[in-house]
Design a protein around this ligand. Structure first.
Ligand code: FES
Length: 105
């Protein structure tokens, strides 16, 4: 039950279900990571109030997959250095927009 949006440049997931996130059950508060949902990648972060946040892991600059940076608690793009806060907001370019939010249903 994954609804996909057909933007060829940066394909992303609009929403995912809790069962898509079963492999995040062990993710401690304050930690994040990249998970696969089908062929897509999602960037996930568990907040200190235990809320799981999910974003497209596709960098909005040119489409590389971001990595979780455990030291800085950020999502960092390996291609050209864009960085995103754990709430998905861009903190360093060249990306000019935030990671696309994914709603958890
Ligand atoms: Fe991520 Fe360029 S693709 S910084």
């Amino acid at each position: 039950f994954i609804k996909e949006t057909g933007n060829m440049a940066a394909q992303y997931l609009d929403w995912i279900t809790a069962s898509d996130l079963k492999n995040t059950a062990d993710l401690p508060a304050g930690e994040g990571g990249i998970i696969s949902i089908g062929l897509r990648k999602a960037a996930v972060y568990r907040d200190y109030d235990n809320t799981l946040k999910a974003f497209s892991a596709v960098c909005p600059h040119l489409g590389c997959i971001v990595n979780w940076n455990a030291d800085e608690k950020s999502f960092d793009c390996p291609c050209h250095g864009s960085r995103f806060a754990n709430d998905g907001t861009v903190i360093n370019g060249p990306a000019q927009s935030d990671l696309a939010k994914i709603q958890v249903k």
